[in-house]
Design a protein around this ligand. Sequence first.
Ligand code: KG4
Ligand code: ZN
Length: 342
Amino acid sequence: MSEQKTIYILAIESSCDDTSAAVLKNDKVLSNVVATQAIHKEYGGVVPELASRAHQQNIVPVVDQALAKANIDKKQLSAIAFTRGPGLMGSLLVGTSFAKSLSLGLQIPLIEVNHMKAHILAHFIKDENMKSPEFPFLALTISGGHTQIVRVNDYFDMKIIGQTLDDAVGEAFDKSAKILGLPYPGGPLIDKYAATGNALKFDFPIPKVKELDFSFSGLKTSILYFIQKRTKEDPNFIKNNLEDICASIQYTIIAILMQKLKKAVKLTGIKEIAIGGGVSANSGIRKALLEAQSKYGWKTYIPKFEYCTDNAAMIGIVGYHKYLNESFTAQDVTAKARYLIS
Ligand code: KG4
Ligand code: ZN
């Protein structure tokens, strides 16, 4: 295959509650449209059946918008990339079936993508405001469903070296927010209130977990007991201390993440650190990683905000590299709710 050829990838992401489509020209993003499903707010979490139905409603307009924004006609596309997993089965099925039919209709290759790998490879999107890490690097992937430290040797050679034994970091944020009476998803709200709070006001325990693994369920329970006790003493406790509570929760979560990253650097000798996943939008973790550059001599990589939370551009960049590798997917592919990266 000629290096000079321009490759246009249409990418589709539908693993959870965001319907997204993107068009990439080689490793550059021409468009990245995300339709976030507001319906789940009323239920305090993602309702799988509603997510699947909303994906069905959104997918055609979202793909049309992505093509229109990129000013690309379907006939110009080189391949269709889609999220095969991990995620909610009903949601994944919508994107998978759509991608399969479109590739069949257009007679162009189909490329399946692992969502967690995409969060990591989002760092290779060519963008003037972003630089890419060098192999090998450590990726901290933190989302609503995952918390992993991955050793990334190459685009396609990755190994999980640490992960959560129970809740994901995003869940820790969202469940803490729920205890405080904040709507779903509460992560961004904790981040917002934490900005003006005193992080040292309240003390929450850092769990002792072996090696590079994580645990967040104990933290959630201790926050719940703390809030129950304090609101019994003062019914307005949350209202009067919201910023300080949020800042203290965020401080504890970041301390846990940084403690494990430091351990991972010590064990592997790798000081190139990249973060990915929805929680990497958190301003506290972004600040901690920036500070780690001068503090510990690490080189840290933080994706642009729109490539942190679920989006199809990250699916597209994996699609591009798989296209170069001629790693195509057969039409009998099925969605995979549990899909490990290594
Ligand atoms: O990667 P993502 O968009 O979806 C999954 O694959 O899970 O991550 C969503 C998670 C949610 O738990 C959300 O609360 C969290 O990312 N999140 C944040 C922030 N923005 C999104 N958590 C803390 N601070 C934020 N600024
Ligand atoms: Zn995600």
